[in-house]
Write a protein that binds this ligand. Structure first.
Ligand SMILES: *Cc1c(COP(=O)(O)O)cnc(C)c1O
Length: 479
């Protein structure tokens, strides 16, 4: 047996590469990232490709090792230069993400040390760091000291945690589900409907509250509906408002909705996945009046803090409610019981073992300080407004509501023919060009093209380029 163990050890030690091996890999990966970043501001925001990355199948898992240079080439050819390039400053579609560089270093550090960040007992320092970040977010949103939060993989899971917590905190049982009412607007993000279903609440009544002309929830209508539902013997229990809808960046009337939630005893949830960190910009403060009155808020650092994808956050005011739902102590976890100086992420989320996400957030925030984040967010607000103003100067273009945060909508009204199909074609042309990537939406059957300014690399040059492209497309279409 000893012979076999030694034989196996020789092979298994390949998993701990030599210093030379590591140096070679490090150098090649750093070279890859340098190449990727060298021309990023000019690189395309969208790559058309017939193959759509099929070449990656040649790199299926095999018994023998592969050299790193061929793997990097495979990534460059099949992954990086195919489809949307969210790292590009020209990426103005959907809700853009980011990819600030120090986050990559934070991920690297977290992966090398592999701290067990799910449980305080195992990695007290790591848990303190993550909880410190969450307390900062709670302070930013005006939540009290006693609130708690969790760093999630994104906004969808954050919404799910909030909904499940609300379901339990409001003491809803399966027999109540058919009578439970959830209030939201048609502009709410689809991850909410998804979370409602996953939370077992698909039988609950979804009330789409009428909106005003700026696509915000009408607080009056909301109250009327709740009164009406109560009369019918239903159980109004959950209101979702958005600070920044995905479609148009509309901010619902938070303080008025908070009044109603309080008056009728509903759980008030705010989806601030897109807009939350705009609170860092002083001139935006009025949009956030009343956020501190919510029961739960979700934020997406991988949107408005420019992190690479994979980081969301949920904040819950009633810490106990969060624990109540997610806490569990298995026999084999009994050693972890004693210390509760900090809440363990495992006790307030569906996850046990988890990525040490805090590092990718903490490192950039500390290395840069908050100042450039505030400036970048304010810059994006102005860029969206600038676009909104300038596009109206080109004849034939029409705009949606004035951007509340950093999303603007526009469409071209052709002299003849169907406007929707014209704009669809216009969008396809922009995507084919590839220097700027935009996406579209439909509101009441009208096709709108959206400009969502949130990539930290998007500056004045990208907006001017977009205006120039649109002007040229319009001129060449002969309309
Ligand atoms: C992006 C987004 C979500 C979903 O978040 P993911 O991080 O993509 O899971 C939820 N709500 C809003 C308003 C969003 O913009």
């Amino acid at each position: 047996m000893i012979e076999r163990i030694k034989e196996l050890e020789k092979i298994s030690r390949l998993l701990s590469p030599s210093p030379e091996q590591k140096e070679n890999w490090n150098a090649q990966v750093l070279q890859y990232s340098a190449n990727f970043l060298k021309n990023i501001e000019q690189d395309k925001a969208y790559y058309h490709s017939e193959e759509k990355g099929k070449g990656i199948y040649k790199f299926d898992i095999s018994e023998e090792p592969t050299e790193i240079d061929s793997l990097i080439k495979a990534v460059e050819g099949n992954i990086d230069r195919v489809g949307i390039n969210p790292a590009s400053g020209g990426y103005l579609g959907y809700i853009p993400g980011g990819g600030i560089y120090p986050s990559a270093l934070g991920d690297y550090m977290a992966a090398v040390s592999n701290r067990y960040a799910g449980v305080f007992y195992a990695a007290p320092g790591a848990v303190r760091l993550e909880n410190m970040l969450l307390r900062w977010m709670c302070r930013l949103m005006g939540f009290p000291e006693n609130s708690a939060g969790n760093l999630t993989s994104g906004g969808s899971i954050a919404n799910l945690i909030a909904i499940v917590t609300a379901r339990e905190a409001q003491n809803l049982k399966a027999r109540d589900f058919e009578r439970a009412v959830i209030y939201l607007s048609e502009q709410a993000h689809h991850s909410i409907q998804k979370a409602i279903r996953i939370a077992g609440l698909s039988e609950a009544v979804l009330r789409y509250v009428p909106m005003d002309e700026n696509l915000k929830i009408s607080a009056n209508e909301l109250e009327k509906t709740i009164i009406d539902d109560r009369k019918k013997g239903l159980i109004p229990f959950f209101i979702i408002a958005s600070v920044g809808t995905t479609n148009t960046g509309a901010v619902d009337p938070i303080n008025d909705i908070a009044d109603i939630a309080e008056k009728y005893g509903l759980w008030f949830h705010i989806d601030a996945a897109y807009g939350g960190f705009f609170k860092l910009v002083p001139q935006m403060r009025d949009k956030f009046v009343g956020v501190e009155r919510a029961d739960s808020i979700i934020l997406d650092p991988h949107k408005s803090l420019f992190l690479p994808f994979g980081t969301g956050a949920v904040l819950i005011k009633q810490k106990e409610a969060l624990l109540e739902v997610h806490h569990y102590l298995a026999d084999y976890m009994q050693d972890t019981r004693a210390e509760n100086e900090e809440i363990s992420p495992a006790d307030i989320s569906p996850e046990l073992t988890k990525h040490f996400r805090g590092m990718r957030l903490w490192l950039p925030l500390k290395l840069f300080g908050l100042k450039p984040f505030r400036a970048a967010l304010e810059e994006k607000i102005y860029l969206a407004r600038y676009f909104h103003r300038e596009i109206q100067k080109i004849e034939g273009f029409e705009v949606g509501p004035a951007p509340q945060l950093s999303v603007s909508m526009f469409r071209y009204i052709p002299a003849k023919g169907d406007a929707n199909s014209f704009n669809k074609k216009l969008l396809e042309d922009i995507q084919k060009d590839g220097r700027i990537f935009l996406s579209s939406t439909s509101i009441n059957g009208v096709f709108w093209i959206r400009v969502a300014v949130l990539v930290y690399r998007a500056h004045l040059a990208q907006i001017q380029l977009l205006l120039e492209i649109l002007k040229r497309k319009k001129d060449s279409s002969g309309l």
